[in-house]
Design a protein around this ligand. Structure first.
Ligand code: COA
Ligand code: MG
Length: 288
């Protein structure tokens, strides 16, 4: 269960060295938008070397229909990344295409078949929003769906994707919501997008808190200073855990009951589902 995924441009050995000590649950070496085209060949070599022997380091490759993507995958797969972040997929077929390439490259590099995960950044192309249900059962490699607003707003020609107070404008709230529901339907992690104002940790704490409230299980980070804030935001509070435990216990004590009263509040099945999820989440984070 990854709460924080820290993006690191793969052409920066300095940042890559720093990333290890940030406490990020996962690291994403970026070979796409944060690396200039001319720097990519060197970045691929740096990424391959960095990945060797490390746990939970992912790679963001270039869009799957580009030559860059093939070069990215050939460079990093010998070092067995935890998984691949797929940018700008046109639809879930692009994730399936990636899965097929991974089948070949795992075999060629004598890796365990299926060990490489996929997380698709599923809202970067306008057309992709109309087929997000395609991720359901698309490939067993799919570990999560993340979303992004920057490429989407550029694609539609918007002059901004945020309101003056920093909140998402309605078109991007829609994309965020669709990502959340698609991830739930596909039974994979829903990962909220980056908070770009990396000096505003109060705003980040609010944003990440809302992300967890809404059902996201993690979030993308771009700066070491964001990691701890995000990690904390995705841990259930003690009060939430106590309340959830009481609900689970109350149902266990009255088997067959569809609804119960607890502290003068009606509690029924959806609450039990949510409570079990919180208890399970707290258990998994405690095991970390
Ligand atoms: N991972 C690891 N270390 C990072 C880092 C990151 N994502 N971002 C910054 N750092 C390091 C810096 O190298 C610096 O260390 P140093 O003083 O030893 O050199 C320290 O953290 C503080 O950095 P700071 O000066 O506050 O930021 P900056 O101006 O150097 O960098 C960004 C700002 C946005 C360029 C940088 O955070 C970054 O590259 N983020 C990731 C961008 C990315 O991958 N985008 C793609 C997805 S949207
Ligand atoms: Mg981008």
């Amino acid at each position: 269960m990854n709460r924080s995924y820290l993006f690191v441009p793969a052409d920066s050995e300095r940042k890559m060295a720093k990333a290890i000590d940030t406490g990020a649950d996962a690291i994403i070496l970026d070979l796409e938008d944060s690396v200039a085209a001319a720097a990519r060949p060197a970045a691929r070599d740096i990424a391959r070397e960095y990945l060797a022997g490390k746990q939970n380091v992912w790679v963001r490759i270039n869009p799957i229909d580009t030559e860059d993507a093939s070069a990215d995958l050939e460079a990093v797969m010998p070092s067995a990344p935890a998984g691949i972040f797929l940018p700008k997929p046109r639809n879930a077929d692009d994730a399936v295409l990636l899965a097929t390439r991974l089948d070949e490259l795992e075999a060629a590099n004598e890796l365990v078949a299926g060990q490489t995960g996929i997380i698709a950044i599923c809202t970067e192309q306008p057309g992709a929003l109309f087929s997000l249900h395609g991720y359901v059962a698309a490939t067993p490699r799919l570990a999560g769906l993340a979303w992004g607003a920057e490429d989407l707003s550029a694609a539609v020609g918007a002059t901004s994707n945020r309101a003056a107070d920093g909140s998402w404008l309605p078109p991007y709230e829609l994309a965020r919501s669709l990502c959340l529901f698609a991830a739930a339907a596909a039974e994979v992690a829903a990962i909220d997008t980056v908070y770009t104002d990396f000096r505003d940790n109060e705003g980040l704490a609010r944003y990440a808190g809302n992300a967890r409230r809404d059902g996201f299980s993690g979030m993308l980070a771009i700066h070491p200073g964001q990691v701890e804030v995000i990690n904390q935001a995705f841990v259930p509070t003690q009060a939430e855990l106590e309340w959830a435990t009481r609900i689970v216990d109350a149902f266990a004590e009255t088997p067959g009951a569809g609804t119960i009263g607890l502290d003068s509040r009606m509690i029924d099945r959806p609450h039990l589902v949510q409570a079990k999820r919180i208890v399970e989440l707290a258990r998994r984070l405690a095991d970390k």
